[in-house]
Design a protein around this ligand. Structure first.
Ligand SMILES: [Ca+2]
Ligand SMILES: [Ca+2]
Length: 215
């Protein structure tokens, strides 16, 4: 068979269809967005995991993509009244200025975007007003980018508030004195590029003599 270009198709050896098999797995304590999450009802569940167990500190990691400008993604988690929540979203690309909202089951804002930087959107230390399912709504009108997001949820403890990288900017510990014991509990996180690790501290002292904690 002559295609007019001197190309002799019938002399080509048969070839197998090209195939590439790959697997996507969730990161530890993480989730990848579903593909139909533009509205509250399609929100991807955040796998909030209490770590350490029975600590009251829950955290989840999520991976998503702003497919294009104005792609909206909803994520959801359950919370109790008084829980404190910090949400940090980092985009792979710059000049995205992502919006991060905390919304309730009626799809109303509980917290409006606080920090919007080129590759960062953040809400810190938000207080949950009543028990229920809460939603993180994220988007940007500035373009496409993969993003990673960490959600920390603290119950019965305080959360650090960035920026607290210097002594002068230290988060104030809410210490309690009870029966001669001073104690405080705080949830915090180390940011390391696009990935994060939750951190939980629990310390107490007796008359200032003993201190211990674990992370
Ligand atoms: Ca998306
Ligand atoms: Ca979406």
């Amino acid at each position: 068979m002559n295609h007019g270009s001197g190309y002799q198709a019938d002399r080509c050896a048969p070839v197998s269809p090209f195939a590439r098999i790959f697997t996507i797995t969730d990161p530890d304590v993480g989730a990848i967005e579903n593909t139909d999450n533009n509205l509250l009802m399609g929100a991807t569940a955040l796998p909030m995991t209490e770590t350490p167990p029975v600590s009251g500190f829950r955290t989840a990691f999520a991976l998503g993509t702003f497919q294009a400008a104005d792609d909206v993604d909803y994520w959801r988690f359950n919370a109790e009244a008084g829980d404190r929540v910090t949400i940090r979203l980092e985009t792979a690309n710059g000049n995205i200025y992502p919006y991060v909202y905390l919304r309730n089951a009626a799809d109303s804002n509980v917290v409006s975007p606080q920090t919007r930087e080129s590759a960062l959107g953040q809400i810190q230390d938000a207080v949950i007003p009543s028990p229920g399912t809460y939603y993180v709504r994220v988007w940007s009108e500035h373009g496409a980018s993969p993003y990673s997001m960490r959600v920390d949820q603290a119950r019965g403890m305080q959360l650090e508030v960035e920026a607290n990288d210097t002594q002068a900017a230290a988060s104030a510990l809410a210490l309690k004195l009870s029966g001669g014991v001073i104690s405080g509990r705080v949830g915090a996180a180390f940011a390391d590029g696009r990935f994060f690790g939750g951190l939980f501290l629990d310390g107490h002292g007796e008359c200032g003599q003993h201190h211990h904690g674990h992370a």
